[in-house]
Design a protein around this ligand. Structure first.
Ligand code: ATP
Ligand code: MG
Length: 773
């Protein structure tokens, strides 16, 4: 070992190399942004393959997004020299979960072609259940229940594992029963929601040890990126696969962990863009922490598992992610080697300096050292604008200027805290004719016309998909009144058959009025026809036929509203995008899982996305607009989670800055329109925490003279910050922290406060004798 010479190993620093070459046992790479964690994982896979230690199909590697998975595959291919056959088990927790579940669906009462529900379907289903229970949906909204259920699922809890007390929050204690009813209904529909992709797999492993054993044996190597953001269910799933446990022991483990842990959240819909829209509250004090480590004994020798993560980039607490998983690693995998990487290869010294000082204000961290390899570069620019329109205009101008200087648009990103901020930039870029793409955000697949079209396709694929049937039964209008639809539902329920079968019966029944009878008969006949064509026609051609023959395309062609043309374009785009998939099933699976809108991937464009969606990515230039109190840090985080919420917001800000290689440009506005009303905003406290020596405060072009008293005649730090802060701005902040060293390439951050002691070598990277492990 170590003598292996391969081009892909060259250029790695010694610690990275150690992480790549330590193939046996458990390895945890705990290191800051841009230190090459992801690169280590990719290289490690290439190494395993080229040494012949395992085949591609024997490596399980988990990424946080589908995009990351795709990138990793490309890179591995490049390193190994030939196309990697497949890497079938490289993907997100959800995509891998779905894959395992399909193979053994029958064992958990599903069929292999089960539908993956999205949030919208989920909410509609819950609404029905709530109504059936005569609960007032206005008081107890379905969305609230959805969050509650997700948070149970994120913690690995099935209905029978939810304690009575916990079920008490929704509708006076009926949450747990509704959860059970919901799960039962999903089974009837042959459907699973996102949480089930993991939870049901865990259940599968628990109840069928032989299946678990099969995967334990198959996966010779396990790799996990962004480990700091795994939630309890993901963690359990991983641990079942990574440890040699018996089925009972596994069951035990799940139950004990579930009982010991008590942090809620709503899970990885894979869509970070909605971060702001639906966070679930956290209870005051989670009862877990060290508890699990003490009580659940590790079982058997650890597998070859390598996890990489950064506690300072944990930004999914609202979705149930638990940084504590990092702390527990050493216990679960005894003898685990902990490797720290300290060299940042991504950012200039100024950017790294600004980010490091900002994050040093957090108390709950493991602490680490980061050195910049690069040059000092430009300081982080902070500027202000009157309102968000002005802010977008300034950003637009700057991008055009960068473009003129030869910068690639691909290398520019705008990272927002909340998706509503995007619209202003989109509008501006459309005006300027500046190509952009929104990653996450208002997703292509969530547009109404796309969802309708998808419902048709889902039904072609899977007749029992009642939610899809409901969506399109009268779209376009087929003259089915409420009474007819009610009858349809009643009949389906009475006979215990899918809606489409009830429709078939009604389509030939004399008891039904001629018009609805004919409508249902024709619809059912059309689906029979399409389904028969499924095996003979390419799926994208079939899709076109379905949209035409159903009258759906025509409906939009006749529509006179302003957006009809755009919708027709979207439908075209949908059909076109299907070409990339082998079959309808594969396409539907993709849509259910996908998080990015991949439109326009072929041309150069500025990326717009939320901070949550930006994890793991890097760009030359990063714009960070909206650094205002209430937005970043977001008010909801502060209200719901207090200090912990503030720290998570700070980590988000830190993730934002560390995405930049060369330029980071922060801005804030003094007036913002939130939910239709104007509010004057204060600059974010995080601005105050940026060290002066790494920051350049830039005056807005043309000055701010026209804006009256808000800033005085022109913007400067005193005016802008002094007006809202009685403290003398960021000067004070940086001085009081201490620990800053003169050399801009060296930042020793605050020492860990408490958690470090729980894990071998964590936090000891700079201490004598530490760090090498
Ligand atoms: P994050 O925490 O943001 O996910 P990371 O630790 O995963 O960051 P990578 O994305 O793997 O970091 O690496 C950051 C950048 O540094 C990438 O462009 C990568 O190619 C580069 N890099 C990593 N290691 C080296 C190295 N040894 N030599 C040169 N460049 C490197
Ligand atoms: Mg990474």
């Amino acid at each position: 070992r170590g003598a292996h010479r391969a081009p892909y190993l060259e250029g790695l620093n010694p610690e990275q190399r150690e992480a790549v070459e330590t193939l046996d046992g458990a390895v945890l790479v705990l290191a800051g942004a841009g230190t090459g964690k992801t690169r280590v994982l990719t290289t490690r896979i290439a190494h395993i393959l080229s040494l012949g230690r395992a085949r591609a199909s024997e490596i399980l590697s988990v990424t946080f997004t589908n995009k990351a998975a795709r990138e990793m595959k490309t890179r591995i291919g490049a390193m190994v020299g030939e196309a990697v056959e497949g890497m079938p088990w490289l993907g997100t927790f959800h995509s891998i979960g779905a894959k395992i579940l399909r193979r053994h669906a029958e064992l958990v009462n599903l069929k292999p072609d089960f539908t993956i529900l999205d949030v919208d379907d989920q909410i509609r289903l819950l609404k029905q259940l709530i109504a059936a229970e005569n609960i007032d949906e206005k008081r107890w909204p379905a969305r609230l229940l959805a969050n509650q259920i997700d948070s149970w699922k994120n913690r690995g809890l099935s209905p029978d594992q939810v304690s009575a007390g916990e079920g008490a929050t929704f509708a006076n204690g009926r949450g747990r029963d509704l959860y059970a009813a919901y799960q039962a209904r999903l089974k009837t529909l042959n459907a699973a929601d996102f949480g089930d992709l993991l939870l049901e797999t865990i259940r599968l492993f628990r109840q069928h040890p032989e299946v678990l054993r099969q995967y334990q044996t198959r996966f010779k190597y396990i790799l996990v990126d962004e480990y700091q953001d795994t939630n309890v269910a993901q963690y359990l799933w991983l641990r079942l696969l990574a440890q040699r446990t018996s089925g009972t022991a596994a069951a035990d483990l799940v139950l004990r962990d579930a009982a010991l842990r008590a942090a809620p959240q709503d899970e990885a819909r894979e869509e970070p863009a909605s971060a702001i829209s639906a966070p679930t509250p956290r209870p005051e004090e989670p009862a877990h922490s060290a508890g699990v480590s003490k009580d659940v004994a590790p079982l058997g020798p650890p597998k070859n598992i390598c996890c990489v993560g950064d506690d300072d980039q944990s930004i999914y607490g609202w979705r149930g992610a638990e940084v504590d998983n990092i702390l527990r690693f050493d216990h679960d995998f005894p003898g685990a080697k902990v490797i720290r990487l300290e060299r940042n290869y991504r950012s200039t010294a100024h950017i790294l300096g600004a980010a490091s000082h900002l994050i040093a204000h957090n108390e709950g961290r493991l602490g680490k050292t980061l050195r910049s390899e690069g040059e000092a570069g430009e300081r982080v620019v902070v500027s202000t604008a009157w309102d968000s329109e002005e802010e977008a205009r300034a950003v637009g101008e700057e991008i055009e200027q960068l473009q003129r200087q030869g910068h690639r648009l691909d290398e520019i990103a705008i990272l927002v805290r909340a998706s509503f901020q995007m619209r202003e930039f989109e509008d501006r870029f459309v005006t300027l004719g500046l190509p952009y793409r929104v990653i996450g955000g208002p997703r292509f697949y969530e547009r109404a016309e796309i969802r309708d079209a998808m419902a048709y396709l889902r039904l072609v694929n899977q007749p029992a998909d009642d939610l899809a049937f409901e969506r399109i039964v009268n779209v376009p209008k087929r003259g089915l009144g409420d009474a007819a639809l009610q009858n349809l539902h009643d009949l389906a329920r009475a006979r215990g058959v899918p809606l489409i079968e009830a429709a078939r019966a009604m389509g030939t029944s004399e008891a039904v009025k001629p018009k609805p009878r004919a409508a249902l008969r024709d619809l059912v006949a059309a689906f029979d026809r399409w389904r028969a064509q499924r095996d003979t026609l390419p799926h994208n051609e079939l899709a076109e036929i379905v949209l035409d023959e159903s009258g759906y395309t025509e409906m939009w062609q006749k529509d006179r509203s302003a957006d009809a043309a755009g919708r027709l374009e979207n439908l075209k785009e949908l059909v076109r995008s299907m070409e990339e998939f082998e079959n309808l099933q594969g396409f539907l699976e993709h849509v259910a899982l996908v998080m990015d809108t991949d439109r326009g991937e072929d041309h150069e464009a500025v990326s717009i996305m939320t901070l949550h969606a930006a994890k793991g990515l890097e760009f030359d230039t990063v714009f960070l607009p909206g650094w205002e109190e209430g937005l970043l840090p977001h008010q909801r985080s502060l209200d719901e989670n207090g200090r912990a919420g503030l720290e998570e917001e700070r980590r988000l800000a830190h993730v934002g800055i560390t995405r930049a290689r060369k330029n980071a440009r922060i801005s804030f506005v003094s007036n913002r329109r939130i939910h239709g009303s104007w509010t004057s905003s204060l600059p974010s406290r995080f601005l105050d925490e940026l060290p002066e020596q790494h920051v350049e405060v830039r005056e807005a072009k043309g000055g701010f003279g026209g804006y009256g008293n808000a800033y005085g005649s022109r913007f400067d730090t005193t005016a802008a910050f002094g007006s809202s802060y009685t403290t003398p701005g960021w000067r004070r902040a940086q001085k009081s922290r201490g620990g800053f060293e003169e050399d801009p390439h060296e930042y020793s951050q605050v020492e860990p406060d408490e958690p470090a002691g729980r894990m071998r070598d964590v936090g000891a990277s700079r201490a004598p004798g530490g760090g090498t492990n």
